[in-house]
Design a protein around this ligand. Structure first.
Ligand SMILES: [Zn+2]
Ligand SMILES: [Zn+2]
Length: 148
């Protein structure tokens, strides 16, 4: 029965006529000729491979699974991934700086540990520096009173 088509799985069926069994490499040429015999055919051509012909309803299902569409999506993703990777790295490290003060679990004690560090004045006379330190001590005492 399968004498004419010994390796059926290697052949494709013409979408216009299921008795047209062809080699995949000849399908494109066949479809152009065969389409003339079926001018009333409502078959829709797949945008990703012009040998994919389906009815409008079947085309919706086909487009979800079309191997050529999946192939093109894959290569698009690889392209954009390679392009955006260096940019993404920069954005991520910038985000980390912004995220830290706005941590959702705000702990006033932990905040004080960093805020209560005595600020080191630059380029001031020793007397002024002493005065500055005295002011800082008072400032820190005021902070610790407020937070405790
Ligand atoms: Zn045909
Ligand atoms: Zn397709």
């Amino acid at each position: 029965m399968s004498k004419d088509v010994p390796h059926f799985q290697n052949y494709v069926m013409c979408p216009y006529n299921k008795s047209h069994i062809l080699l995949p490499s000849r399908l494109a040429a066949h479809l152009i000729r065969c389409a003339r015999n079926y001018p009333s055919s409502k078959l829709v051509r797949c945008a990703f491979n012009n040998t994919h012909l389906y009815s409008a309803d079947d085309m919706k299902t086909h487009l979800e699974n079309c191997p050529d569409r999946l192939k093109s999506i894959k290569s698009e993703q690889m392209d954009s991934f390679a392009e955006s990777e260096p940019k993404k790295f920069v954005v991520e490290s910038a985000e980390n700086w912004d995220d830290e003060p706005a941590a959702p679990t705000y702990n006033p004690l932990a905040h004080c540990n960093t805020a209560c560090v005595i600020r080191n004045p630059q380029g001031v006379a020793p007397a002024e520096r002493r005065e500055f330190r005295e002011k800082e001590r008072k400032r820190l005492m005021a902070i610790s009173k407020k937070t405790s």
